[in-house]
Design a protein around this ligand. Sequence first.
Ligand code: BGC
Length: 692
Amino acid sequence: MNTTTQKALENELNAVVQSLTLDEKIGMIHGCTLFKTRGVEGKNIPPLITSDGTMGVRAEYKDDEWALNGNSQDYASYCSSNTAIASTWNVEFARKSGAVLGKEARGRGKDIILAPGINIKRNPLCGRNFEYLSEDPYLVGMMAVAIIEGIENEDVAACVKHFALNSQETERFFVNVDVSERALREIYLKGFEMAVKEAHVRSIMAAYNLYNGLHCCENTRLLKEILRDEWQFDGVIISDWGGVHNTENAVKSTLDIEMSVTPDFDDYYMANPLKKMINNGEISEDYVDDKIRNILRLMVRLNMITIKDGIVSKNTARKRGSYNTHENRLDILEVAREAVILLKNEDNVLPLDKEHVQKLLVVGDNATTLHANGGGSAEIKALYEVSPMLGICQLLGGNTEVKYAQGEEAINLAKEYDNVIFVGGLSHDYDVEGKDRDNICLVNGQDEMINKLLDANENTIICIIAGSVVDTSKWKDKAKAIIYMPYNGMEGGTALAEVIFGDVNPSGKLSETFCYEDSRILKDDELAYPGRVLSEDEKKNMNANLTQVFKEGVLVGYRYYEKYNIPVAFPFGHGLSYTKFEYQNVKVDVTDKDIVVEVMVANVGKVVGKEVVQVYIGEKNVSEDNPIKELKAFSKVEVEQGTSKSVVMTIPKESIAHFDEEKGSFLLKEGEYVVYVGASLEDIRAKEDILI
Ligand code: BGC
């Protein structure tokens, strides 16, 4: 929008604000049902209708009760989890996923979809890691921008969440995060900053936790100083549900809308209590006017309304969306295929040749478990979900005998079957909102089961379905073939089967380090207060007392493992293919502003495939407090067998700057750096020294 149109719009917004009564305005800035604000009927201002969630549009809840209202029209497409989307390392596919979510949300009549979740996966134990993208801020930012653009192109607002530092579920309502300014800027805010500056996201959800002793929904430093003043965010800030605790703080922090979990809507902090304070002269009504302007601006941007001469009308040109369409399901399947990660494939055990598999044994809970309807606010009432067992049977057809077995029976049968597939992992009993895991070990005796299956049949294929990292140490060396598939939407079982039988060449890569339970990050500090249950009184008086110190600073995820030379099961960025890629003619040029990396990717194998070329950069003589290297660019490219493709990546020099706490800004240090080009953090194919 050019400055004149922007000015004209702001004038119109002012005119509407002038025409509204305080009661009308108050109705617009807090929930009047669990997921909706109040509109102003006589003035054609519609309510804002929000919905979860991150893996599709959640089923409808009653207006004033946390109970499903039992509709039959609220089945929806179940999309890949954010862990899965990030595992594709395919920015266009992230956009595609966002577009599906946007279309479905609009199709279901929503204005704001409460997604994507982009908190940093600081700790592999976090229960909501499946809803988040990565441990790396650059990967988070790149995927988040594309998801948001995909959503918002459908006339629906994304609501990027949870701003900020909400990287654990333990005591999420009361934990105060103590983090260095450098880690805040480089790691925890980066994705949000990119969402605001690059995707121009229209709304943002403030988190439950505290930062600097203040709840994020009332945090002037985060919301006003950083988000509004520094990043120039003029969209809508919404509280997490029940995240507001104080009227004055929330109002002044520039929070626009208070949502909560209780049905006493008029008593919300930004409802009657605020009206009373304004009428008493304790808070200026100007604060409310700012919020109304933000809300109306959002409505204009979403093509919900037009404003002419201060009169609001419905915009009839708004996209109507579409849900449960064949097209959406095809897009979901396409994304799901690229989210499957082949972690290990010794002796080329995979892919299986369906023409030669006469009898197949499938073992493990996740072969048949459906996951859509779990996880907390990310739960989906899926139109359908293809389980791995269904996917495998559909793909093989009637000529192969497929047997599903459990427990002991399975181990005896494994000796008789030439082909055995184990499908295990986690479920939303563990990957879930509201609690964190105690450790990353597999549950329900799966390690033992896998070992026994491998003893019975050394070619058993191990498939792990989960939303976060699991320990593989007890069988990783013994297993020849290991696949990891993050929760992967309604076509997840189809995608997994297609990879196992070679109809699809896997191209997913880990978006987080697969560490070991024994040596995982944060083992010693754990989440806030492990094992300690707080009394209600304690919680009320908590404020800044319950503090989680992010003492590892910027050394999150791979930055930590690499710095301290700690072995991991599978490194960040790892994922195999059924073909082989060679990196040829790697060239690095340094221009005035950029570092330009060029590489020829040659497919020297026998099948077409996709490769994710990754560029990491680090100092040549790494200072004590810096990571060895950090992801600065990546590109996914499809290459036919026997051919090569050139990949060029341009990295702005300023993106390798670190935050200088004394100066209070990013600072690009001159000196020698190393550019690493590789297929994963550890599989580096070329290194070049550069001078900055
Ligand atoms: C979650 C949010 C969610 C909201 C509404 C909160 O408990 O933290 O992610 O969008 O509920 O369901």
